[in-house]
Ligand binder design. Structure first.
Ligand code: HEC
Length: 136
C-alpha cells in the first residue's frame, strides 16, 4: 500500500476508533481499522463500477445485441453464433478491436457506438469473462 494511503487509512481509522471507543463499540472500531483502505479507495472503485455497469447494460441493449450471438454467463447470454466469451476470455484490447472493426461475420460497432461505449463494453466483457485477469 502506498505510504500516503496507509497514513490516510490510519488517520481515518484512528478518528473512527476514538469515536467508537467513546461509545464503547470496540468491534466496530476494529472493523473500521481493518477496512479503512476500502473507504479511502472508494471513489476510485465508484468510477470503475460506473464504466463496468455501462458495459453490462450495453451488452444486451446495443443493436444487434451481443447477447444474441455470444454466450456470457454474467450477462445470462446464451447466443451460439459467435465464440463463447467465457471460454475465449478476451482482454480489453481484443474486445475493442472486434467492436471497432468487426471480425468475420460479426458486424462492426464502430459507426454506432461512441468511443466511451466501446471502452465500457471492452471493460465489461474482459472482466466478466475473466479476460482482464488473463492479460495481467
Ligand atoms: C451477429 C452476431 C454477433 C453479434 C451481434 C456480436 N458478435 Fe461478437 N462475434 C461474432 C462472431 C461470428 C465472431 C467470430 C468471428 C471470427 O473469428 O471470424 C465474434 C467474435 C467476437 C469476439 C472475439 C474477437 C477475436 O479477436 O477473436 C469478441 C470479443 C466479440 N465477438 C465480442 C462481441 C461484443 C462485445 C458484441 C456486442 C457489442 C458482439 N460481439 C456482437 C458474432 C457476433
Amino acid at each position: 500500500m502506498p505510504k500516503t494511503l496507509t497514513t490516510l487509512t490510519e488517520t481515518r481509522g484512528g478518528k473512527a476508533c476514538a469515536a467508537a471507543a467513546r461509545r464503547t463499540t470496540r468491534a466496530w472500531c476494529a472493523a473500521a481499522l481493518a477496512g479503512g483502505w476500502l473507504f479511502a479507495a472508494a471513489p476510485l472503485f465508484a468510477a470503475e463500477d460506473a464504466v463496468y455497469a455501462l458495459g453490462k447494460k450495453l451488452f444486451s441493449s446495443v443493436t444487434p445485441p451481443c447477447a444474441i450471438c455470444h454466450t456470457l454467463r454474467d450477462a445470462n447470454a446464451e447466443g451460439m453464433i459467435g465464440p463463447v466469451l467465457d471460454e475465449i476470455k478476451p482482454d480489453e484490447a481484443r474486445v475493442a478491436k472486434a467492436l471497432r472493426g468487426g471480425i468475420g461475420s460479426m458486424p462492426s460497432f464502430g459507426g454506432s457506438l461512441k468511443a466511451e461505449e466501446i471502452d465500457a463494453l471492452a471493460r465489461y466483457v474482459a472482466r466478466a469473462s475473466g479476460g482482464a485477469e488473463k492479460s495481467r
